[in-house]
Design a protein around this ligand. Structure first.
Ligand code: ZN
Length: 496
């Protein structure tokens, strides 16, 4: 058996008002090329960069969330290379004195264990522009040039594709909780690189780098492919070549991009146009004060406070908007429960029922909503959300027996479509449960008269007939009778 050793390098774009070293807008949604540009971010000679304080503070926040040491003194360096989307001919980055180092992130694995992945460093740099190619030309868009870009490098503590994927997913979630980055991989706001080697001994094997992995699925697949590819080479007596590879999504394989001989010499040297970064204790204390609740803290709180199962907790932790929405509805219901007028049955678990209706029924309607196709996820979700008051009232009506589970689904669909309140919908559509026992009695008598054979069978001791009769009565009431009271009344009628 080979031991797999993996280190990750993850880049993520900072969500700031302006770019890293100029006052141009940092707008990832700008569609018109070269709109948010100026002489600084297009690298004109004689211009001077200025450090974006908001971006530095956001990196410190990430560092604190990931248990890093924040360097009291750090600096920027020039990383020199030529590429058409890099107008200065160098990238401003951090070389030997990164702002954050020696952190870690605990990840939860599928087998229920937790694993600590150490983080070597997180530093600040600037993003490049983008190239667009057509059949006879290449065009460059500098809207992204100079956007704050943070790079995180892990220690080689990762031993499987599952661990690599879980690390990247948890990091993405943390960045979103911190509001530091949207970290959308499809949009290139978060990019992963994998360093992977396999070996039969404790010593590391030859390291292969896989670049530009733009989804969690591709991170997982490319690692699995590499483990197999490298094992086959070693099994046949060959040796793995140290090189950079890329993922070919159509062929589902990694392919050579460049060998070690082509490795760049970046000629790092301190950026002469920028002062060093000095971070004092007060700045750190101040940023720590604004640390929001992190995903793992939320998992623990949801378990204690709402006693939900792990799957539901993960649903609300991963989807921040749904998690907040759930909490608002539950707090509405808590108020109602404190109210003496509340009609919910005492043993009705409104927290669990609310969680189920949100994560299953509401989610299904939202996902199948044709009107929302093509919209940004959170925008679409916020548009679709029924007010917490109305959703709370809906749950309350289930808890008090006013809505059967069957009519509840119909009411919810109507609430979703019209954003109306549940009691008006019930009234308009005539969906309330039959509470008039005289009406139910009439239906029972009617059904019994029409099914003398079933009555006979029941009296002869056949329990199936009872179930059959309840079904007939429910159908005759169009689902509006309460099945429990129908059962009780029917028994009384038959045993008379
Ligand atoms: Zn600019």
């Amino acid at each position: 058996m080979y031991k797999t050793t993996i280190g990750l390098e993850i880049h993520f774009e900072g969500k700031t008002k302006s770019k890293m070293f100029c006052s141009c807008l940092n707008d990832p949604n700008e569609k018109i090329p070269n709109t948010n540009i100026c002489p600084i971010c297009t690298g004109h000679p004689g211009t001077l960069p200025v450090i974006n304080e908001e971006a530095i503070n956001k990196l410190i926040l990430v560092g604190l969330a990931l248990n890093c040491e924040i360097a009291k003194h750090s600096k920027f360096d020039r990383k020199s290379y030529f590429y058409p989307d890099l107008p200065k001919g160098y990238q401003i980055s951090q070389y030997d004195l990164p702002l954050c180092k020696n952190g870690y992130l605990d990840i939860n694995l599928d087998d229920g264990t937790t694993k600590k992945i150490r983080i070597n460093r997180i530093h600040m740099e600037e993003d490049t522009g983008r190239l667009g190619h057509s059949s006879n030309s290449s065009l460059v868009d500098f809207n992204r040039a100079g956007v704050p870009l943070m790079e995180l490098v892990t220690e080689a503590d990762i031993n499987s594709s599952e661990e690599a994927k879980k690390f990247a997913q948890e990091l993405q979630l943390i960045l979103r909780y911190l509001d530091v980055s949207d970290a959308d991989m499809e949009k290139g706001q978060m990019r992963c690189e994998v360093n992977i080697s396999i070996s039969k001994t404790d010593a590391w094997g030859t390291k292969v780098e896989i670049k530009n992995l733009n989804s969690f699925r591709v991170v997982e697949k490319s690692i699995e492919f590499e483990i197999k590819r490298q094992a086959e080479i070693l099994e046949s007596g060959g040796s793995v070549v140290q090189e950079t590879r890329g993922w070919h999504d159509t062929k589902q394989i990694t392919m050579e991009q460049r060998s070690k001989e082509d490795a760049f010499e970046y000629r790092y040297f301190p950026e002469p146009d920028l002062p060093p970064i000095n971070v004092n204790e007060n700045i750190i204390i101040n940023i720590q004060k604004h640390m929001p609740e992190l995903p793992e803290e939320k998992r623990i709180r949801f378990k204690e406070e709402y006693k939900l199962d792990d799957k539901s907790i993960e649903f609300f932790v991963k989807d921040i908007v749904m998690g907040n929405y759930f909490e608002k509805i539950v707090s509405e219901l808590n108020c109602w429960c404190d109210d003496k007028e509340c009609k919910m049955n005492e043993d009705f678990d409104y927290v669990k029922i609310c969680s189920n209706y949100l994560s299953v029924d509401f989610q299904a309607m939202f996902k199948n909503d044709e009107l929302l196709k093509g919209k940004e996820y959170n925008t679409a979700l916020l548009e679709s959300i029924i007010t917490p008051e109305n959703f709370g009232e809906f749950i309350c009506m289930i808890g008090s027996g006013e809505l059967s589970s069957k009519t509840a689904k119909m009411v919810l669909e109507e609430m979703y479509k019209t954003h109306g309140d549940p009691s008006s919908i019930v009234e308009e559509k005539g969906l309330s449960q039959m509470t008039d026992s005289g009406e139910v009695e009439g239906i029972i008598k009617d059904v019994l008269a029409k099914n003398p054979k079933a009555v006979e069978d029941y009296k002869a001791g056949k329990q199936n007939s009872f179930t059959f009769l309840v079904g007939q009565i429910m159908a005759a009431s169009k689902g509006k009778a309460n099945p429990q009271s129908v059962g009780e009344m029917l028994k009384k009628e038959l045993d008379n």
